[in-house]
Ligand binder design. Structure first.
Ligand code: GLP
Length: 248
């Protein structure tokens, strides 16, 4: 793992944006793996600005999102499909048919199998963007006795539901289940950028980077990935011994 610590969230978002732009310039037909949540929002607005400035084009890019809540249609304002549309896809020149978000409605088991087949047939993800749950989850792969090798239906942790309740009117509205790429699906990406900011992520980052590899901290499996860069602000890096990171 390469671990870089930046002075703030904007600086780490800028580094991530540069990496995405460089990837797309080098390979215009790149497959990008994308995440939702508050962490990548600034990265996405930088990609929108770069597209509008003519610095990059996403015309031949295909995107694959990590996860989606069960039961929220694409027009629900808290669905991840809606989030991606608003925060990224509407502002860049990507073709709508080249954007993929798992479908959290209908027959989820079938949807999971189809999504994993779609990932396989895509030729693989070139660059995967990841956020981190406060409990160490990636996508919606929650801590537990085992992790999934492929896209599957998951029951959300109470910690995750409480964390994400800030986006809903009430905790009761937060879905209890979701569809997510498995840790195996994520690990098959060529390159990974894991982004984390703020003191609420410091414990999860300590366990991800410096702790034992365990299914109880799904992100710790990323220690085994051959090309992962972890991007942190000062607060998220607070519990890490400086030997684990480089300041940027
Ligand atoms: C959500 C998503 C994850 C995301 C994480 C962190 O539950 N399923 O993909 O990385 O939580 O969210 P945030 O960036 O808002 O802290």
């Amino acid at each position: 793992m390469k671990v870089y610590v930046f002075k703030d969230h904007t600086a780490l978002s800028r580094y991530a944006a540069e990496r995405v732009i460089e990837q797309v310039k080098q390979k215009p037909t790149s497959n990008l793996g994308l995440a939702t949540g508050s962490t990548p929002m600034e990265l996405y607005s930088m990609l929108v600005a770069a597209t509008q400035a003519g610095e990059v084009s996403f015309k031949a890019v295909r995107t694959y999102n990590l996860d989606e809540y069960l039961g929220l249609g694409a027009d629900h304002h808290q669905s991840y499909a809606y989030f991606m549309q608003k925060n990224l896809f509407d502002g860049i020149d990507i073709l709508p048919e080249n954007t993929h978000v798992p479908v959290g409605v209908d027959d989820i088991s079938q949807a999971a199998v189809s999504y994993e087949a779609l990932l396989r047939d895509s030729g693989g993800i070139d660059l995967q963007i990841l956020g981190l749950g406060a409990n160490g989850h990636i996508g919606f792969n929650e801590p537990g006795p085992e992790l999934s090798n492929q896209t599957f239906k998951v029951t959300l942790d109470e910690v995750t539901r409480i964390d994400n309740a800030r986006f809903f009117n009430h905790l009761d509205e937060v879905p209890r289940e979701a569809i997510t790429m498995g840790v195996g699906s994520i690990m098959r990406a060529e390159k990974i950028l894991l982004m984390a900011s703020g003191s609420g992520k410091a414990d999860a980052i300590y366990k991800t980077v410096a702790g034992p590899i365990t299914t109880q901290v799904p992100a710790s499996l990323l220690q085994l990935h051959r090309d992962i860069t972890v991007l942190l602000d000062e607060a998220a890096a607070a519990q890490l011994d400086p030997q684990f990171y480089t300041r940027r």
